[in-house]
Design a protein around this ligand. Sequence first.
Ligand SMILES: [Zn+2]
Length: 319
Amino acid sequence: MVDDTLRVELEAPDIAIWKTGNVDIEYVHCLDSGLPGPDAMINAVIHGNELCGAVALDTLLKSGLQPTRGRLTLCFVNPEAYARFDPAEPTRSRFVDEDMNRVWTNDRLDGSDVSIELRRARELRPLYDRVDRLLDIHSMGTRSAPILLIHGLEKERRFSRDMRVPATVAGGSGHVEGRRLIEYAPFNDPANDKIAVLVECGHHWAKASAVVALDTALYFLKALDMVSPAFFDAHVCDRTPGPQTILEVTDGHTIRSDDFYFSSKFRGLEEFPKAGQVIAVDGGEELRTPYDGCVLVMPNHRAVRGQRAFRLARRVPES
Ligand SMILES: [Zn+2]
């Protein structure tokens, strides 16, 4: 069978043209309406090989977007990793020194470790301390349908419903090492009104992922009442989003052996009606669905020992 998970359909836009923005941090652009309103931010390429967010921000910047209220910051988060993207080896440029979506603890950010990603994270940190709405755009290694990842707080669920896309929302971390940006302290606090969400737009280099990235950015801005109907209508693809499913991640599996395999070529979002179904084997141990109606989220067929291979989730009933 041909492995189509390395097929690169998207062309990486030249983001070097956005290096000098209108704030004193490179690859950051602030669009200010001059009117009161949300302080919002959209991130692309925190993982350097995930092209869809770069396409979306490049499109928004070229199209002359002006927020109708508040201010909108557009940021290419890890341009050094992105600059290393090579379609011949598309998985290589996820990061330069370390995964930039695992460093968001005060210990790491205030500590003495040195890496390209930590340096950039420290440079951008004041922005994340300031903004009150964040959309972080990512893509996935499998051909799963798009997923909005939230930490799981009620304020995030409410905002996800306001956004209306994508159709699947998953809350909970599934025991990841380190902290993701959406879990960074100012966002991950039920006591304040700051909200960060992460969208996984589909397969890393699929054409459709860039469409999903732009649509999600537009619906994010629409939920915040920051985009004119004319601009929204001129750029949106999915005009009639369907109902959303909310999932609660209950478990995650980090590979423990050098002999791990899935029982099938899962794409993600498969639902297993019965508890006890084998989904993977790790060092001879069968890993089974722990309850009825279990949903497999983001299986990682390239994960190795010490990396997360999948998450499991259950549906949250409509409230
Ligand atoms: Zn990512």
